[in-house]
Design a protein around this ligand. Structure first.
Ligand code: CA
Ligand code: CA
Length: 179
């Protein structure tokens, strides 16, 4: 399957963010760095929730390395990463776990909703830009109390990686100048 232009843009963006130390490759240490940053963004989160997210980040990194490090040098290059969209089902379980763990971080009181401030803090910690984050939050259709459902966010994260998708809320995260 040929991924949509939007999917390719989304994947390029996520590579640049996951490369937390900015050396041009994804390594396990990048996922630890980002995990620490994201956990620190929500100081009110329960320890178990934070531990779950840290674990999800690490497994995500391990899965990407196992599946994508074609030349076996222990890191994923941008070229190796592009094949992430060729067989997205290989990553479904890891992405699901990551999505649920991240969304749970945004819901410290466990009522099933994520309020805008937590959403923005987490997404800034991941590295997205604030205007794009605000637009995404609007696209998720916040309720009268300016909250979105945890399940809506988790679904949005899964969609983000789908090669056939375009015109989805996650497309708002890609800065306009790269489109
Ligand atoms: Ca790196
Ligand atoms: Ca490699």
């Amino acid at each position: 399957m040929t991924p949509t232009t939007e999917a390719t843009d989304r994947i390029e963006l996520v590579f640049s963010l996951f490369d937390a130390d900015g050396n041009g490759y994804l390594e396990l240490s990048d996922f630890d760095l980002m995990s620490d940053r994201v956990v620190a963004a929500v100081p009110d989160a329960h320890e178990a929730t934070a531990d779950r997210l840290a674990g999800a980040f690490r497994r995500y990194g391990e899965t990407l390395l196992n599946e994508l490090d074609a030349n076996g040098d222990g890191r994923v290059s941008p070229e190796e990463f592009t094949s992430v969209v060729l067989n997205p089902q290989r990553f479904d379980a890891t992405v699901d776990e990551f999505a649920e763990a991240l969304a749970a971080m945004g819901d410290p009181d466990g009522d099933g909703f994520v309020a805008r401030p937590e959403f923005v803090s987490l997404m800034i910690a991941i590295g997205f830009q604030r205007p794009n984050i605000e637009t995404l939050f609007q696209a998720f259709g916040p309720d009268a109390e300016d909250r979105i459902r945890v399940s809506t966010w988790a679904e949005g994260i899964r969609d983000y990686y789908r090669p056939e998708k375009s015109g989805i809320p996650g497309d708002h995260l890609v800065p306009a100048e790269t489109r």
